[in-house]
Design a protein around this ligand. Structure first.
Ligand code: ATP
Ligand code: MG
Length: 421
């Protein structure tokens, strides 16, 4: 019978890889804590309406990438394609702004988008999301960017490029939209089908299109930075100044609009040369209108998402570094020895020593081969004859040395050696 495989675009993260994942998440949690961010865990399933209203009807995500289904004929539900909408929903539902005018929240978990699976693009992938709600001070824009760059540096990701832009606000963006629509008028037939359909709803989408023709058309289009109102201009200048204070190198990319409609003012993306076509490691921006659009008060926010699969794929850390081999392997020859091994092995485990043993009763040679394969630091060798003589052999597999130890206080002796090393 054929085996059942995973769904296309859905990937297992194997035990050989999870050590690296845990390490990277641990560093992220440390840095997020340093910057005052606290974890929030939100459901992976939400009402479809939430994403339609926040991400925007004319975006790739809402138009064609969401896993949406009718739940028993009752209501449309969607596997979350991103986390900001869910976090803002929870923020409103629990009236968090009433407890504290500033909320710094983060979450780590899977997202779902029905895209064409390829290198760096999966249908289930993982993100670290950070959101800062309640402040529109440009210093906070720089702060979250600093936090992001600090994290990427700590996990030793190299050749990173930070790109920033400003998308203006509800005051200045309409005039840019108008100029862009005028520019695109008459050029529709050169755009891809998606963009043709979308320009009426949101002409900015063309900037985010990856089709060669659309990229060519948009190359000479008006640029948002020339349309910013004094307030947005000032905000952007201050963000750049604050980034300068921490010597964070950046490049202004006036064409970067990001793929979600809720952004306003600052947007940013971190790209690397190591990823090929899917070169973005992380992206984010300010979303001052989102909380209000979702039915809440007029509260500003800024956040980012880091794509973990892409990070892991370019991380310099070796999987082997995180394998966590046993500290001790117990080889046992004979019935009495096996019985003793079983009890010592499990008692040592409960005492905090990572211990493995043989259950096969095979030859000593084959048992030691397994100890070697598991890269155990030490091996305890028990034989029925040795037990009669009240002793056992203890081998340091790394040094290649061996000593005879007594069975009285066996566990104490072992703990002393293992913890002392
Ligand atoms: P892309 O440029 O790849 O289309 P995006 O702009 O759609 O990315 P965001 O919504 O900003 O991505 O998500 C933030 C990060 O999540 C991305 O920078 C990327 O690292 C990661 N990401 C997005 N989509 C996928 C996916 N399908 N598979 C794996 N990682 C992804
Ligand atoms: Mg995308």
């Amino acid at each position: 019978m054929e085996i059942i495989t995973a769904v296309r675009g859905f990937k297992d993260i194997l035990p050989t890889e999870t050590g690296k994942w845990q390490y990277i998440e641990k560093i992220a949690r440390e840095i997020l804590a340093n910057f005052g961010f606290r974890e929030i865990r939100v459901p992976i399933l939400e009402k479809t309406e939430l994403f339609k209203r926040s991400i925007g009807e004319s975006t790739d995500i809402v138009e064609k990438e969401m896993y949406t289904f009718l739940d028993r004929g009752d209501e449309y539900l969607t596997l979350r394609p991103e986390a900001t909408a869910s976090i803002v929903r929870a923020y409103l539902e629990h009236v968090m702004y009433a407890q504290d005018p500033v909320a710094r929240l983060f979450t780590i978990g899977p997202m779902f988008r029905r895209e064409r699976p390829q290198r760096g693009r999966y249908r289930q992938f993982h993100q670290i999301n950070a959101e800062l709600l309640g402040l529109d001070d440009p210093r906070t824009d720089a702060e979250v960017i600093l936090m992001l760059m600090q994290f990427l540096m700590r996990i030793e990701i190299s050749d990173l490029h930070l790109q920033i832009n400003s998308l203006g606000c509800t005051k200045c963006r309409p005039s840019f939209r108008k100029a862009l629509s005028d520019f695109l008028a008459g050029k529709e037939d050169r755009l891809c089908k998606d963009c043709q359909r979308r320009i009426a709803m949101n002409p900015l989408r063309v900037f985010d299109c990856k089709t060669t023709n659309c990229i060519e058309v948009i190359d000479h289009a008006p640029q948002i930075l020339n349309f910013l109102c004094p307030g947005c201009m000032d905000h952007f200048t201050r963000v750049k100044e604050a980034l300068g204070m921490f010597a964070i190198a950046f490049e202004v990319n006036p064409k970067m609009v990001r793929g979600l409609d809720y952004y306003a003012k600052t947007t940013f993306e971190v790209v690397t040369e190591h990823l090929g076509a899917q070169n973005a490691v992380a992206g984010g921006g300010r979303y001052d209108g989102l909380v209000k659009d979702l039915g809440g008060p007029d509260i500003p926010g800024i956040g980012f998402a880091i794509g973990l699969e892409r990070l892991i794929s370019i991380s310099p850390f070796m999987d082997e570094k995180f394998l966590m081999p046993p500290q001790l392997f117990i080889a046992a020859i004979g019935d009495k020895a096996q019985k003793l091994a079983f009890s010592v092995c499990n008692r040592l485990r409960t005492m905090g020593i990572t211990t493995e043993m043989d259950y096969s009763g095979k030859s000593l040679k084959s048992q030691m081969k397994r100890a070697d394969k598991l890269s155990s630091h030490y091996a305890l060798i028990l034989g029925d004859r040795e037990i009669l003589e009240n002793k056992a052999e203890f081998r340091d597999m790394q040094k290649g040395t061996q000593e005879t130890i007594g069975l009285d206080d066996l566990e104490k002796t072992i703990i002393k050696i293992v913890k002392g090393s």
